[in-house]
Design a protein around this ligand. Structure first.
Ligand SMILES: Cc1cc2nc3c(=O)[nH]c(=O)nc-3n(C[C@H](O)[C@H](O)[C@H](O)COP(=O)(O)OP(=O)(O)OC[C@H]3O[C@@H](n4cnc5c(N)ncnc54)[C@H](O)[C@@H]3O)c2cc1C
Length: 248
């Protein structure tokens, strides 16, 4: 029998660990039940911390762990799943394709940031969604030190005042000061279409969040969305213009 797990994030890794543990508890051998994990890289990316500095360090190698628990690692991306024939087609990193049959399948391929069709977003926006995005943002923040201290160089606009937006925004004052020096006066502004910050968290924790934002000097613009981005800043849906060289 073969169990296939697609994805090496938190869900895929724990599925593999749990399945191997159960296999062990029930005294089943790896020959009788093969557990195979398919992912482009045998690496766990710590996505919840990708708004931090040095994002390239926020990974953990998985190969030794998978070897130790007799989980077979298959390098590649699952492209198609045929649930009737119970086969997964995998595109390997070498450009070839292989087909793997399964008896049970766990799909743990994670999520991707929703990128709305806002003019300028694809070209001028940054994100902290995937490792490459976080590394691109980190490089951009470091490059600010080489630019003239004018217009929106020291300003970061974070579009979205939910969990991740708040985490990203509250990290920015320290990250900017680390790049621009302690005398810098970074400006961080959270923009959200809702009329309240952290709309999903309810009224209970809001005063604590608002207090923390105030103490960090993080500003908010509520009730207006980002309507467009360009090289030097954003225009909000209520017409306000904010000069900012960094928009997340
Ligand atoms: C900045 C940020 C902050 C966050 N903060 C929090 C928080 O505070 N608390 C919280 O609970 N959550 C938080 N999250 C969300 C959390 O990171 C995700 O919910 C979690 O990483 C999802 O785990 P996952 O295993 O489902 O997917 P992922 O971690 O996305 O892993 C998906 C895996 O599937 C692989 N994969 C994708 N497609 C294929 C394919 N076709 N074939 C093979 N492999 C594939 C990928 O390479 C990866 O290995 C945050 C996310 C971000 C980006």
């Amino acid at each position: 029998m073969r169990l296939i797990i697609i994805g090496a994030g938190f869900a895929g890794m724990y599925a593999a660990l749990s399945a191997a543990r159960l296999r062990d508890i029930h005294g089943v051998s790896p020959e009788d039940l093969e557990i195979a994990l398919i992912a482009p890289e045998p690496t766990l990316v710590i996505r919840p911390r990708l708004y931090e500095s040095k994002p390239e360090t926020l990974t953990a190698p998985l190969l030794d762990v998978l070897n130790a628990i007799d989980v077979v690692y298959v390098q590649g991306s699952a492209e198609t799943i045929d649930t009737k024939a119970r086969v997964v087609q995998v595109a390997t990193t070498k450009g070839t394709r292989k087909t793997l049959s399964y008896d049970r399948l766990v799909v743990a391929t994670g999520s991707r940031l929703f990128r709305p069709n806002i003019p300028g977003l694809a070209k001028h926006g940054f994100s902290v969604d995937q490792l490459d995005d976080a590394i691109a943002l980190d490089r951009h923040l470091h490059s600010l030190a080489n630019r003239p201290a004018m217009n929106g160089r020291d300003t970061v606009v974070v579009a979205g005042g939910g969990f991740t937006g708040i985490e990203a925004a509250t990290e920015m004052p320290a990250r900017l000061r680390a790049v621009l020096g302690n005398d810098a006066k970074p400006r961080v502004i959270i923009v959200d279409r809702n009329n309240a910050i952290a709309p999903d968290m309810g009224a209970g924790p809001r005063p604590v969040i608002e207090d923390a934002l105030r103490k960090l000097g993080v500003e908010t613009r509520l009730g207006a969305g980002v309507a467009s981005l360009d090289k030097s800043g954003v225009t909000l849906s209520d017409g306000e213009r904010i000069e900012a060289e960094t928009v997340i």
